[in-house]
Design a protein. Structure first.
Lengths: 340, 340
DNA sequence: TTGTACGCGTTATCAT
DNA sequence: ATGATAACGCGTACAA
């Protein structure tokens, strides 16, 4: 019969020391690395296995003043959180980098006012050594909290009112929107509309800016259909609205691939052929892009890399290494497929 | 000029006590609730604001022996994690319940062998008071870890080798697969195939079982196309394979809506009309179901409720309340739309 | 009502 | 190489 003791109290360093016939200090040294005789090491390792010892992280955190954990906070409203194909990839990218550095990524979901407060407490409570924030809006309260706590942080995307010194990693939304719109114009389209989602966020607003810049004097504010979410069905609604406003439309820039997919559906229903009658381009290069018929011409967003870079930014601060305190912009190549 | 002191050391109870002219004990009492004079309370609250005090969670955890946090561990391979529409909903459902009880949900992603070990350490380290595990496989190492640590847990889905006493919440995969297959048969289909994903997981295998049970003697193992992932493109591949094996196929049960969506695409390419030539049913009642043309007849999976119930199961254990230790099965109504 | 003092489980410093 | 011992910041009996 094994020692089990399943319901009794957890074993501590003290117990291990007693079982191995050494002092707590020596036990601590074999756990954290240090000079210890082979003889003692063997005895202690046996004792650890025997009593089933596992270190208490709270105690360790308290004395070392760190947690080996980094928070990953997503501030999207939950509908978006579920839909957005980028979030998951960003998360996985960040986790890979953090994992390599032996940090635990702790994912915090903010889904209510109450959540906001609890997460703030969590971040300030020494639970994490650093934090990655995804899709904060300008004037987001979290930015104040962060500044107060002074915890190493990095943003994915860059709210305009970000304090100097808090770095971000993002993409050039304005530039890439402009580029792909220009590319679309180069195919000879004359009446180009845009389906714009989440224009209350910086990324959304920037994409509209890029679109406008590309069109220049030919820009017609009436051909921008604003919808709340980056979502298939809103893409459809946006497209319908565009078609109503301008039946002769022959080009569409959708703020995301999901929007573009919805637009494609409506175009098909309307008997319009893509790309013959209407050219459509998207944004993200997500799974949507290769699922539609025809496949989408779009802008590649390096989601995993965004996460990895953000993690790296936090790790550098943690280690006191130099980092790009003004932020990093990652390249966003155009991927040209069949939809335009 | 505010006290700022941004780069100096964090304020402690000690500092607050000094600033308010009381003892540390009294400060602690106003924070955690207890008898304290209005006069002292006012002074202390002022002092807290003044020095910018925020409690150190590690210290508190150490002394109270709990963390007010519950882990949420997803064991899916990451491709699936990104694709699966249920995971997100389960997570949000769990978070809502946890949040109401003032617990912080901590999301842990397992994406490598190294992650597995680190997460195990994390769970055993007192970081969380309980844990919700999503989509563990039978013989998953995490089950052993959990049994050892003896931390309150709940599974979403139920690995067959789950220890008694560790509760789960899930759905009756076998029963609902059987039911919807029977419903499909009732529309007069004679050659019905299945696209089965992830049959190495209990949920996947159970759905095949239900399919087989419904068909009874008419079951033809050659009409089950196994694919690895619950994913649109694998649905397409599965459908192609089915069509090859049996060109006269007139009914398809897809193990998920995403698979069904892929199948629909292939059917359309093949010039087959749905539901006239072929009836198709899915599983999940996810966003996919209303995005296809025609919309999918499918089984509703109460994802958010699964998460909420799992959270409740953990909370009950935490509070020493009685709970369904044998597990809970949630109802899965059939949603009949146009695809069959 | 308030203050004192002990302990939570570790790591780190200092002798030995 | 190892063993004492002092923190780490907080909650809480217990005494006052």
């Amino acid at each position: 019969m094994p020692p089990s003791g399943s319901s009794s109290r957890r074993a501590t360093v003290h117990d291990v020391a007693a079982a191995a016939g050494v002092s707590r200090g020596t036990v601590s040294r074999v756990i954290n690395g240090g000079y210890v005789s082979p003889r003692a090491r063997a005895a202690i390792e046996a004792a650890i296995a025997e009593v089933g010892y596992v270190p208490n992280t709270a105690a360790r955190n308290l004395v070392t003043q760190r947690s080996q954990a980094v928070g990953f906070v997503v501030l999207e409203p939950h509908v978006l959180f579920l839909e957005d194909p980028n979030i998951g990839a960003i998360m996985l990218g960040a986790n890979a980098t953090l994992s390599d550095a032996d940090y635990q990524m702790v994912n915090l979901v903010v889904d209510s006012e109450r959540d906001t407060q609890r997460v703030s407490r969590y971040l300030s409570g020494g639970f994490v050594d650093g934090v990655i924030i995804v899709s904060a809006r300008t004037h987001d309260p979290i930015i104040r909290v962060l500044a107060q706590v002074g915890i190493p942080a990095a943003f994915v995307g860059h709210p305009r009112d970000l304090d100097r010194g808090i770095p971000f990693v993002g993409i050039d939304n304005t530039g890439s929107a402009r580029l792909i719109t220009e590319r679309l114009m180069a195919t000879g389209r004359r009446r180009i509309g845009m389906i714009a989602a989440a224009v209350d966020r910086d990324s959304g607003a920037d994409r509209v800016d890029g679109f406008r810049a590309a069109l220049g004097p030919r820009f017609d504010p009436d051909l921008v259909a604003e919808v709340p979410l980056y979502d298939y069905s809103w893409g459809a609604k946006g497209m319908r609205s565009l078609l109503e406003r301008e039946p002769a439309i022959d080009g569409v820039f959708a703020g995301s691939d999901a929007l573009a997919a919805g637009a494609l559906e409506v175009l098909r229903e309307a008997g319009l052929s893509v790309p013959r009658d209407v050219g459509v381009v998207g944004f993200d290069d997500s799974a949507w892009a290769v699922r539609t018929q025809p496949q989408l011409s779009t802008i590649h967003q390096p989601a995993a890399k965004l996460g990895a870079q953000a993690a790296d930014l936090v790790l550098r601060q943690l280690r006191g290494e130099p980092y790009a305190s003004e932020g990093i912009l990652l390249p966003t190549p155009i991927v040209w497929r069949g939809s335009a």
